[in-house]
Design a protein around this ligand. Structure first.
Ligand code: AHR
Length: 503
């Protein structure tokens, strides 16, 4: 049987905020050092940024970039990361048990964003683990004040005449997690986040501020945490954060392929919690979601590996360098579909992370940079997923999963460019072994042709791109997709991510 749905431009979810295609650069492993920054590399520019990596990041189409952590931010001393490089201190970095040289810091990060282009904007996190309101204000003054004060003049003396203009700030990171440096109760964190937000807005009322939500839906405090934090911060913040990572466990690929079921329910649960707090507070304001960490991550494997590691404080070690398969990329594409389907409330999302560390781009020190399988769904979604998300209610055959019960084989969304009327359908076939015929009724869309159907799939679901074979997996054109009498007909390969562009 076929899967089907109807598209009608009169029925929309929301306009996509470009920041849905954000990412994340943490001082973790080789994301910064030998990832984006490697002075002495044959492709490094004068600032030490790898131009081969910059080119790939531009192709990926990343917008907002969260920095500098992650768990790292909860021990971050921003003053260490500015000024003459030779005077910056080396520090123990407890979150990832590494040595931080501070060779790359705040100014270098802003320089990196400027190299990327106009869509790249900073999403700066402040340390609410070991620090508080005062240090957040100092960082804000150093970064954003034009001049004439001690801290803004210090920035100018450091060579950055223009303020950094950071509009979006995260108030700490995963403060609900016992692993977090300076981990807090919801009440303690909520009060600190509200006080920090209030003070930061005294300097710049128009900032966009993100309060920490739970670090995962499985946390014992999930729900209660959001509720209590928002009771304290509702009037002061614009976003609550969400984090989710998915992995295949115990060979249960069917459940893994349905990971987006969990992601969508997680979003709906957090939205419901935000709105319940808003109702209690009799507020008309709506809190939005900053899904500022999401990805496929083989976390269980990482935890097993690090359990007995010696504490030898390496510089830029190889950490969390997952090499993604085609299956991972299909799940990843499905997570992107989940985010787009909730574009009415998810305004910011950050793919965690950008280079080497659970990333769409891998590099070798002194050597090449290449695209992981997950690079392709992200690049296509960022390129063609701009505009209005159309409502998609799928009628699809289902399959049985251990974790989520019956799940539709088809996961899909569609985005319409309001200027040209062009529509792009993003669709995943979750079946491991069967093709899925798809029929889309196009009502009032004024579309007449299939411009392109590309598919990411492989006879080997475990195929991946490696240093030895960096282009093993790439999207390919799919023939046979046709539009006639207002109906799009396509066949979705087993275990595939599809991009169908209609004109
Ligand atoms: O992205 C890797 C880590 O995952 C981040 O540092 C932390 O916030 C999360 O637990």
């Amino acid at each position: 049987p076929s899967a089907r749905f109807t598209l009608d431009p009169a029925f929309t979810v929301a306009t996509v905020d470009p920041r849905l295609f954000g990412s994340f650069v943490e001082h973790l492993g080789r994301c910064v050092y030998t990832g984006i920054y490697e002075p002495g590399h044959p492709r490094a520019n004068a600032a030490g940024l790898r131009t081969d990596v910059l080119e790939l990041i531009r192709e990926l189409g990343v917008t907002a970039i969260r920095y500098p952590g992650g768990n790292f931010v909860s021990g971050y001393k921003w003053e260490d990361s500015v000024g003459p490089v030779e005077q910056r201190p080396r520090r123990l970095e407890p979150a990832w048990r590494s040595t931080e040289t501070n060779a790359f810091g705040l100014s270098e990060f802003i320089g990196f964003l400027r190299e990327l282009g106009p869509e790249a904007e900073p999403m700066m996190a402040v340390n609410l683990g070991t620090r508080g309101v005062a240090e957040a204000l100092e960082l804000q003054e150093y970064a954003n004040h034009p001049g004439g004060t001690e801290l803004s003049d210090r920035r100018i003396a450091h060579g950055d005449k223009d303020p950094f203009g950071i509009r979006m700030w995260c108030l700490g990171n995963e403060m609900d997690g016992p692993w977090q440096i300076g981990h807090k109760s919801a009440a303690d964190y909520g009060k600190l986040a509200a006080a920090t937000a209030r003070a930061m807005r005294m300097i710049e009322p128009d900032l966009e501020l993100v309060a920490c939500g739970s670090s995962g839906q499985g946390m014992p405090t999930f729900g209660a945490w959001e509720s209590e934090v928002l009771e304290h911060t509702y009037d002061q913040v614009d976003f609550i954060s969400m984090h989710a990572y998915y992995e295949e466990l115990d060979g249960d690929r069917d459940s893994f392929l349905a990971s987006a079921v969990d992601m969508e329910s997680f979003i709906e649960n957090v939205v419901a919690t935000c709105d319940a707090v808003g109702a209690r507070l009799k507020s008309k304001k709506r809190i939005h979601i900053s899904f500022d960490e999401w990805n496929v991550w083989y976390l269980t494997r990482h935890q097993q590996q690090t359990a007995d590691e010696p504490l030898d404080w390496p510089e830029a070690p190889r950490l969390l360098e997952d090499n993604y398969s085609v299956t991972d990329a299909v799940v990843f594409g499905s997570l992107l579909i989940a985010l787009l389907r909730h574009a009415d409330r998810v305004k910011v999302a950050c793919l965690a992370q950008l280079v080497n560390v659970i990333a769409p781009i891998l590099t070798e020190p002194g050597g090449p940079a290449w695209r992981q399988t997950t690079f392709f769904p992200f690049a296509a979604a960022s390129r063609y997923g701009r505009g209005e998300v159309l409502r998609v209610e799928v009628d699809s055959p289902t399959y049985r999963t251990e974790k989520f019960g019956e799940v539709p084989l088809l996961h899909a969304t569609a985005v319409r460019d309001p200027e040209t009327g062009a529509v792009t359908v993003f669709a995943v076939n979750r079946s491991q072994d069967a093709e899925l015929p798809l029929e889309v009724a196009l009502r009032g869309c004024g579309l007449s042709a299939v411009q392109e159907h590309t598919v990411l799939t492989d006879a080997d679901p475990d195929a991946r791109n490696t240093l030895a074979d960096p282009d093993r997996v790439v999207p390919r054109p799919q023939d046979g997709t046709a539009l006639s009498d207002g109906v799009l007909r396509a066949t979705l390969a087993p275990l595939s991510w599809n991009v169908i562009r209609l004109l």
